[in-house]
Design a protein around this ligand. Structure first.
Ligand code: RIB
Ligand code: CA
Length: 309
């Protein structure tokens, strides 16, 4: 499998920070765009720059949407803290973001370099705006590998946070017509930062490992406090990267997926049609169902060790 070239669209966010690490290690990370989600856009952009500098990357970082297409902005301080990356002593970034126009960057870069994967790990606002402004992108990109949705919710009973924040944007993405890979909660909850795995990160030398060990500990402590039966924080976002670099670690099945926009209790829900009926609509998405969590986590730890010094 050739090394995938990607643009990571993210809302760091603890698990987004880890997605940056695995993307930098296992893909050709062409660029990073930021979106309002886990925290306001100023914070998610700041946090992306912190990770860029901690990893010593040269990748451009472009600031994106301040708020969703229609809904008011919503954040997730209850998981990630007010900063979006609480729980570690983070160095102030020296890098500055490259522009305030993530959408323009996405359009220009995907037109100039065909065959890129777009990997959104936050609300889909930037991606939807790019697809709406430049419908030709659907033919120029290799595909979209997103973290979002699932067979159950986390922000509500039915809706996962990334989709729930901007369902209208998600609807645009699920209808764009090109290759689409979905890492939903039913998949990402299999990929957890257990204490044993966190301790392996903390045992690594270097500042990055120290910072990420603390961030993982904060993230997992929050999960353990909020859930009854989880043994670690679900590390959602790296799944959308690793499925491109290490597809053999995953099981996926094509399905037709729609986003609910109007339900009183179900707005932001992704409905995955699993019915064994010939009448079901043509698949628009490769839904991930299984991950080999141990080797996948080994890859993430190896990536941290690679950059930590
Ligand atoms: O629901 C989990 C998703 O929402 C993850 O991408 C997390 O970082 C937040 O963006
Ligand atoms: Ca995220």
């Amino acid at each position: 499998m050739p090394t995938p070239s990607i643009i990571l669209d993210c809302d760091p966010g603890h698990d987004d920070a880890l997605a940056i690490v695995v993307a930098a290690r296992y893909t050709n990370l062409v660029g990073i765009t930021t979106v309002s989600g886990n925290a306001p856009i100023e914070s998610t952009t700041h946090n992306a720059l912190v990770m860029k500098d901690l990893l010593g990357l040269k990748v451009p970082v472009h600031k994106g949407a301040v708020r969703p297409l229609v809904a008011p902005p919503q954040y997730a301080a209850y998981v990630h803290g007010e900063s979006g990356l609480d729980g570690a002593d983070l160095p102030e970034p020296t890098s500055k973001h490259d522009s305030d126009d993530a959408v323009g960057y996405l359009i220009d870069t995907c037109r100039a370099t065909e065959g890129l994967w777009l990997v959104p790990t936050g609300p889909l606002t930037n991606i939807a705006m790019a697809l709406r402004l430049a419908p030709d992108l659907g033919r120029r990109i290799a595909g979209i590998s997103l973290m979002g949705g699932g067979t159950f919710g986390n922000r509500t009973t039915a809706a996962e946070f990334n989709i729930w924040v901007d369902p209208e944007a998600a609807d645009v993405v699920f209808n764009y017509g090109g290759p689409l890979v979905m890492a939903g909660l039913h998949l990402t909850h299999q990929f957890r930062a257990t204490q044993a795995r966190i301790d392996r990160v903390k045992a690594l030398p270097g500042q990055l490992a120290n910072v990420l060990g603390d961030l993982m500990q904060f993230f997992t402590d929050t999960y353990m406090r909020r859930h009854h039966g989880m043994d670690g924080g679900a590390v959602h976002d790296p799944c959308s990267v690793l499925v491109l670099s290490h597809p053999d670690l995953f099981v996926s099945r094509p399905a037709h997926v729609v986003v609910e926009l109007n339900g009183t209790h179900t707005r932001g829900m992704t409905l995955i049609d699993q019915r064994d009926l010939k009448e079901v609509l043509e698949p628009n998405c490769d839904v991930l169902w299984e991950i080999e969590a141990e080797p996948a986590f080994d890859l993430m730890i190896d990536a941290i060790a690679h950059f930590s010094r």
